[in-house]
Every structure is written in C-alpha cells, then in structure tokens.
Design a protein around this ligand. Structure first.
Ligand code: FAD
Length: 463
C-alpha cells in the first residue's frame, strides 16, 4: 500500500477530530483523518445523541403513561399505551446513522481523506494504520491527537454479561425489570432516569454523600425530588463491591453489606482518556495526570503534535472538543489563535435539567470574591406554569463591586436551551444591568434570567 503524506493528520473522528478536519479542509489544508470505528466518535455514536434520543422516548412514554393513569390535571385521557422498545432503539439508531452519514459527507465536501482503522504512532511524524486492506503508513507535518475517552471500569465489576457501560445501555434489547446504576453522575442519572420512565425499577448507588456531587445541593434538590417521584432508590455514601448471581453487592454508608437484585448493572463511574495501547507512550509526551498536557494553543510537548478533546482533560464535553478542534485547524493553517474562552456551559439532561456556566456561589466565594446572588424561581414564571415546569430556578452570581457576572446556573424543565444566552452573557462580560436591561420575550422561561439579575440588584418584579 502506498504511503500517504499530508500536512495534517487527525487521529480520531469524534466531535474534536472531525470538526478539526472539516475546518482544516475548508482552509485548504491537505488533511487526513483516521478513525477506528465510525465517524462521529463517542458523542454521535454512543454518547450525547443516542442518550438524548433515549431520554426523549422515555419522556414521551412517561407522559402517555401518566395520561393513561389519569394523573394529569390537563383533562387528557389515553385509553391504551404500549412500548415497542425494539422500535425505540431502531429509531435512535436511525438518527445516529443519519448524523454519521452527514459527518462523512461534510468531511468529503471539505476534501478530507478518511482512513478507517486504528492508528499507531511510529514516531512524532509517522503513524501506521491497520486497515482492512493492509498496513497504511501516514506521514504528516502536523498531527492532532483526538482519541477521546472510554468508560472507567470498576475492578470488582468488570464489564461483561449483565455488567454494562453506557454504550451497552444505549442498545439494550429490552427494558430491564431491575436496573442498578453504579455512579450518580450525569451519565448514570440521565440513563437511570430514562429507564425508570420506561418502566425499570432503578437503584442508584453513589459513593459520595449525594448525587451529582459537582453541583451544589440547591441545584440538585429538584432532581432528587423527581427521582423520588419516579420511584428511583438513591443509595448514597455506598460502595459497589462486586456481583453475585443476579445481585449487586454493596457496602452501605454505615459499613453494612447489602444485596441489590438487578438484571443489569450499569457502571457509570467516569470516563478515562484513551492514551494507551496505540503507541502514544512511545513518543513520550508530557502528561497532566492521566491526560495529555497541552498549552493555550493545544500544543503538546512535542513540536507539531497537538491534542484536543477528552484526551486533554476536563470538562470532557463535546462542545469543548469542537471549539478546540476548530482552533487547532486554524493554527495549522497559519492563523494566530489561542484558547481564550471564558465560558463552557455544562448541561445535565436529567429531569429536570441542570445548566451551569462559570462559578457557583460557593466557588466564587472560595475564589475570594465578594458576590451578589440573585435567584428567581420558575414557580413565579408564567410560561413554566403553562408547561407544568414550576420546579427549579435561575441563579445569577456577580461581583458585588461592579456587578460583572461570574456564573449562571439553572435547574428546570427544558433549561438546556438557556445555556446559549448564559454562555453568551459570560463570554461578552455582561453585568447584571446588561441582563436586566435586555428585553426577554414573554411568556418564556428565559424571563427568569433578567428577573434573577434584577433580584441580585434588589428589585425583581415578579417576586
Ligand atoms: P470521542 O468522541 O471519544 O472520539 C474519539 C474517537 O477517536 C472515537 O471515535 C474513537 O474510535 C477514535 N479513536 C480512538 N483511538 C483511536 C486510534 N488509535 N486510531 C483511530 N481512531 C481512534 N458531552 C456533551 O457535551 N453533551 C452531552 O450531552 C453528552 N452526553 C454524553 C452521554 C454519554 C452516554 C457519554 C458516554 C458521553 C457524553 N458526552 C456528552 C461526552 C462527549 O461524548 C465527549 O465529551 C465527546 O465525545 C469528546 O469528543 P472527542 O472528540 O474528544 O472524543
């Protein structure tokens, strides 16, 4: 097989890698992308997109089930309801396929060459790829490492059989009667909530003393309330110890051994960067813990080698990977770019949703800031009432001195869509008066944002 030489080689076609390759192609950089699986990576194939499809299907099913049970004040009744889970999964797979083909088309349109197979470093300028038709050698002036992340395994609960990761949880053949979720972070809770709505009896085991420990208790309280309402059992301060027959063995907070009967055990204790098994060790890059160390231009310690996305650290989010990918492509094309982002919003697609950007009140105080905090509850928002979404709030954190906004958080039904204006406010350096002075359309949930800013200024209108 003839060797390939190119200006840019991207390893991994997740959101970081494929965005980098498309942007480089647009800038006429001669680009090759290598992908071991299908283009789209974790996010498109087994992450963001399929999980949100499953969550949507579960929400719709739960809604109909509620109507059928007569548990709605809306006066809607449903005579019969059913779930064809094979059809649900096929619908989800259809969306994934459409997007996968779309990304392949965009790469083609940008004149990016796709090589399918696992890349392995030979040296800092050369990679070999085991393809279906033989070994392909690729030499490149610049290499971008975008190999992403993989689920972390718990040693006493190795993946296999009924012990599954999020990947398998997105393609089950049927809804498990009893599901144990080990790890109460956002992935475990998103999937655990979806299965609870689809009819599973769900138990969440979390080692810390509360779920979603990276968020403050004020933000997570509505989620705990809804999980309780769904019948999800939360066991906090507990450690998973192993599996025996059809049970998960745990040690509870008070040191007792307990069995949790489960047909499937979903382990979602975190994700680890993909940095081993493909020759990265041999080129001996500086590391930052488990992650590849990068500077503000996503350069690694080796000249001509960049790294982007989950392999470079937290927050392990698709939109961060994409922004880094776009930036690196422009740097390789000769532009002067550096990472100067202020805001990367994080969303939990739980029920209700959480969106957080910038500093929480506790984080701002810990950083030594004197702050003003404004909180506006959705219980006082007309649109939230008309959508039965009164649980939750918008909270704004600003400097007490000049009212510069440091952080914005919200919890509530559908608040993921508010992430755009929250991130924009931080990125543009908005002050409380800027948000309070921006006319927000009525009736929308977004009105909670200027109201929270007004509250911080001491004169909210609707509370
Ligand atoms: P990845 O998407 O992991 O892509 C890396 C690619 O590299 C993979 O396709 C892999 O096959 C390939 N690869 C690895 N090694 C090699 C090699 N040696 N040769 C060739 N190819 C290789 N993020 C959000 O922002 N929002 C969400 O709602 C969200 N939901 C999620 C839900 C779940 C269930 C999971 C698991 C993740 C979710 N994430 C979400 C996280 C998101 O998927 C990741 O942050 C994102 O995919 C990271 O992109 P990446 O390009 O760094 O790596």
């Amino acid at each position: 097989m003839k060797d390939i030489s190119c200006k840019l080689l991207v390893i991994g076609a997740g959101p970081g890698g494929y965005v980098c390759a498309i942007r480089a192609g647009q800038l006429n950089v001669d680009t090759v992308i290598v992908e071991a699986g299908r283009v789209g990576g974790t996010c498109l194939m087994v992450g963001c997109i399929p999980s949100k499809a499953l969550i949507h299907a579960a929400d719709e099913f739960a809604k109909v089930a509620r109507f059928a049970a007569g548990k709605t004040p809306l006066g809607i009744g449903v005579a019969q309801h059913s779930l064809d889970f094979t059809q649900t999964i096929a619908w989800k797979d259809g969306i994934v396929s459409r997007l996968n083909n779309g990304v392949a088309g965009l790469l083609k349109k940008a004149n990016v060459k796709i090589v399918t197979g696992r890349a392995r470093f030979r040296d800092g300028k050369t990679v070999e790829v085991e393809t279906l038709t033989g070994l392909q050698i690729i030499r490149a002036e610049n290499i971008v490492i975008a190999t992403g992340s993989a689920p972390v395994e718990v040693p006493s609960l190795p993946f296999g059989g009924n012990v599954i990761s999020s990947t398998e949880a997105l393609s089950l053949e049927s809804v498990p009667e009893r599901l144990a979720v080990v790890g109460g972070g956002y992935i475990g809770l998103e999937l655990g909530t979806a299965y609870a709505k689809l009819g599973s009896n769900v138990t969440v085991i979390e080692a810390m003393d509360r779920i979603l420990p990276q968020y403050d208790a004020e933000l997570t309280r509505p989620i705990v309330k809804h999980l309780n309402g769904l019948g999800v059992k939360l066991v906090t301060g507990a450690k998973a110890r192993g599996v025996k027959g059809d049970a998960l063995l745990i040690e509870t907070a008070d040191g007792k051994d307990e069995r949790i009967a489960a047909d499937k055990i979903l382990v979602t204790v975190g994700r680890k960067p993909v940095t081993t098994g493909w020759g990265l060790e041999e080129i001996d890059l500086d590391m930052d813990g488990r992650f590849v160390r990068i500077d503000e231009k996503c350069r690694t310690s080796m000249r001509g080698v960049h790294a982007i996305g989950d392999v470079t650290g937290e927050p392990m989010l698709a939109h961060r990977a994409m922004a880094q990918g776009e930036m690196v492509a422009e740097i390789v094309a000769g532009q002067n770019r550096a990472w100067d982002r202020r805001a990367i919003a994080a969303v939990c697609f739980t029920d209700p949703e959480i969106v957080a950007v910038g500093l929480s009140p506790d984080e701002a105080k810990k950083a030594g800031h004197e702050i003003k905090v404004g909180l506006f509850p959705f219980a006082a928002n007309g649109r939230a009432m008309t959508q039965e979404g009164e649980d939750g709030f918008v909270r704004v954190v600003a400097l007490a001195s000049n009212h510069l906004i440091l952080g914005i958080q919200a919890v509530g039904s559908g608040v993921s869509e508010l992430s755009a204006s929250f991130a924009l406010a931080l990125e543009m350096g908005a002050r409380l008066e800027d948000i309070a002075g921006t006319i927000h359309a009525h009736p929308t949930q977004s009105e909670g944002f200027p109201e929270a800013a007004l509250k911080a200024l001491g004169h909210a209108i609707h509370i």
